[in-house]
Ligand binder design. Structure first.
Ligand code: FES
Length: 245
């Protein structure tokens, strides 16, 4: 008896999937890129960034949580959806303090790379310039909340990959902030180690190793020669933590 193959159609591609997989999981395995910031193949779903929105039967759904179904037609890479993604990226820039030219991860940053890929040249939103904390207490890591996008990759990686619980999110709306889970609230008093997956999974420049920075010249970094779209899922998700995978 031949085994039946489940597949759906993502733009012009045919994607096979295993029962129970989401659209994102199947697309990721097939190395078909769907923009995302809070999804990581080794972590539980978060569903917060909405960059992974795709269209199915005229509705926009999150590819990272929507189950793949046989024969489904899924649209992802078209100008209408990408312009909505661009708006979301512009909001993220306006909500935080993203000074790309002086950021150590410029050229290695998924938010910046997505902005370039979606054609962002500016944003018309009023920047909020929120007051955010920096934490330089840890001997090997520097935490700069100016750049945090609250994707919670760090807290999920700490729990699910490092078997620790070093990060959380507190506050609401404009007071949302990253919590360092220790009695003092300082990074140095958490169990966080430089070798943790959580220390290297940040898609932006919020959690930075204090040594080994600026090794790659600007112009020679991950997204300097190829867009995040061209590099595809695996490079994007593994790039920040490659030395610890
Ligand atoms: Fe799906 Fe963030 S990747 S909501």
């Amino acid at each position: 008896m031949t085994k039946s193959i489940n597949c759906f159609y993502l733009d012009d591609a045919t994607i096979e999937f295993e029962p129970g997989e989401t659209i994102m999981q199947a697309a990721h395995r097939a190395d078909h890129y769907i923009p995302h910031l809070c999804y990581h193949p080794r972590l539980s779903q978060h569903g917060s960034c909405r960059l992974c929105m795709v269209e199915i039967n005229g509705s926009l759904v999150a590819a990272c949580s929507y189950p793949a179904q046989n024969g489904q037609r899924v649209f992802s890479d078209n100008s209408e959806i990408n312009s909505k993604r661009l708006q979301l990226v512009q909001m993220l820039f306006a909500e935080g303090n993203h000074y790309c030219p002086s950021c150590e991860v410029s050229g290695n940053c998924q938010l910046q790379a997505l902005a370039y890929d979606l054609g962002m040249t500016h944003y018309n939103l009023e920047p909020l310039y929120p007051k955010r904390e920096q934490d330089a207490s840890h001997p090997q890591l520097f935490i700069d909340q100016d750049r945090c996008i609250y994707c919670e990759l760090c807290s999920r990686a700490s729990q699910q990959l490092d078997n620790k619980d070093c990060f959380g999110i507190g506050g609401r709306g404009s007071t949302t902030h990253l919590i360092l889970k220790s009695d003092s609230g300082s990074a140095v008093d958490t169990a966080l180690a430089e070798t943790d997956k959580a220390a290297h999974i940040c898609p932006v420049g919020c959690i930075l190793p204090r040594t080994g920075n600026y090794q790659d010249a600007v112009g020679k970094r991950l997204y300097d020669e190829k867009t995040i779209h061209e590099l595809g899922n695996h490079r994007a998700d593994e790039s920040r933590g490659k030395q610890h995978d």
